[in-house]
Design a protein around this ligand. Structure first.
Ligand code: IDP
Ligand code: MG
Length: 139
């Protein structure tokens, strides 16, 4: 089963703009199956832990504040080649550089408030999915 799951979050800007439905529709239309999903608000502490890999980057404080500013949707998605295909579906980190038709091109507000998270490797997909979901929350 290696390589067939990725982890995503619909970020506070996407939730605030009532884009949960349209983004989930795009995800399903692209062939991803929802394995696990929850709606929650991160504390600063939890957001800081999730993004610990970025703690030396200049935008870390801004990112943690932003990701704990409102509710998010966290989900595990399944598809062949899930990590790479999901990165293609969401587009570049900076929405002004994202391809036409990608989720970030369609829905992101800025490089920080960029609508969705997508795992960058199979290893991180597993770590990130385990951060949010137990085995009995996956189907
Ligand atoms: P990714 O989400 O496309 O994998 P990363 O480089 O892993 O991009 O950065 C994680 C998140 O940090 C981005 O999705 C975005 O929300 C935020 N971020 C990245 N670069 C910047 C920046 O230059 N300014 C502010 N926020 C940023
Ligand atoms: Mg990343």
């Amino acid at each position: 089963m290696v390589g067939n799951i990725t982890f995503t979050m619909l970020k506070p800007d996407a939730v605030e703009a009532n884009n949960i439905g349209p983004i989930l529709a795009k995800i399903n239309q692209a062939g991803f199956r929802i394995v696990a999903m929850k709606y929650l608000k991160l504390s600063k502490d939890t957001a800081g832990k999730f993004y610990e890999v970025h703690k030396e980057r200049p935008f870390y404080g801004e990112l943690v504040d932003y990701m704990s500013s409102g509710p998010i949707v966290a989900a595990v998605l399944q598809k062949d080649n899930a990590v790479a295909d999901f990165r293609t579906l969401i587009g570049a980190t900076d929405p002004s550089k994202a391809e036409e038709g990608t989720i970030r091109k369609l829905f992101a507000k800025s490089i920080a408030a960029n609508a969705v998270h997508g795992s960058d490797s199979d290893e991180n997909a597993a770590i990130e999915a385990n951060f949010y979901f137990s085995q009995i929350e996956r189907f």
